[in-house]
Design a protein around this ligand. Sequence first.
Ligand SMILES: *Cc1c(COP(=O)(O)O)cnc(C)c1O
Length: 400
Amino acid sequence: MSQVASPNLPDAQGHFGPYGGRFVPETLMHPLQQLEAEYFRAQQDPEFQRELTYYLREFCGRPTPLYFAERLTRELGGAKIYLKREDLLHTGAHKINNCIGQVLLARRMGKARVIAETGAGQHGVATATVAAMFGLKCVVYMGAVDCERQALNVYRMKMLGADVVSVKAGQQTLKEAINEAMRDWVTNVRHTHYILGTAYGSHPYPLMVRNFQRIIGDEARRQILEKEERLPDLLIACVGGGSNAIGLFYPFLGDASVKMIGVEAGGEGIEAGKHAARFHGGSLGVLQGTRSYLLQDEFGQIQLTHSVSAGLDYAAVGPEHAWLHDQGRVEYTYAKDDAALDAFLKLARLEGIIPALESAHAVAEVFRRAPSMRQDQLLIVNLSGRGDKDVTQVAAKVQL
Ligand SMILES: *Cc1c(COP(=O)(O)O)cnc(C)c1O
């Protein structure tokens, strides 16, 4: 196993090895450079760090518990399983960690308007929430198909005072919503900040979002050392764009004894071609500002993806994950829809916790791995969000 995973990446141009970078029209170069400069200044500014810590604690509810899943552990009979409870955060998922960080940056830059893209609506809701809290104008771009599938989240965003723009181009899902958000940003950049929702896109977003999410791993590291007086043996997280996973993994990258598994959406199967497992059928390409693994056809056309969980349903993966994959530092696997649904229901019954369908992909991998691990081994799985948003969808599929 390679140990070259460097906590110092990306380089000055935003490259994680051959991945990442900045592939945008000329008009976006300047805003990205400005954002990068402001972000680096803020990182060094104790006042910014103080504010960030304050809102993460007082508004979002950090630190989140590292909870020992006793019945799940007993049921599987192997490794001792801990759940990192990001589902307990305000708005119900890890997305708010990044939104708080970026909205504070927007304020520093004197921008009175924020925009965002959203798929299932979780990032849109988190963005609308922080915008409401600071009294900023907020516009969220969402594919028309997603607006229909996630009507409840559309209404939540509107309640919070955001304008939701239903995007009717192309497949009418996340990819088109991102295009529309970038177009808005180019036009309104003087008074608008674009709050991108995952560890993806042009430099500095993958770096910045990872750093706002690394609090998950920083806390988990401290908590497991307090509880067990040693490091975990295995970390598991689901991978959409990759922000909750890199948030958990990053602070452990230098610890060679800690193994890590990222779980993508296997959908209805790799053979069926209905999935979003970029490391199982994807290839190198450029999409929406960065170079990474993409699901594309031989002509470079982006392929249709499928997953039961909207949050994992995207054709590309964050560039840092692509690099960690190539180095063998993180293993990437996938869970299919049915395995995720099964894990969703089992966690509810065994632990009294209904996970997000995204997180249920990580839990499905726990079901596969934990039984063959020793009882003195420690496993941490990231519960990136709670499943309330998914109840209607599951009810339509599973008869109880
Ligand atoms: C958005 C979302 C994800 C996927 O996004 P990442 O950037 O890969 O973390 C996972 N879990 C939940 C609950 C989400 O809302």
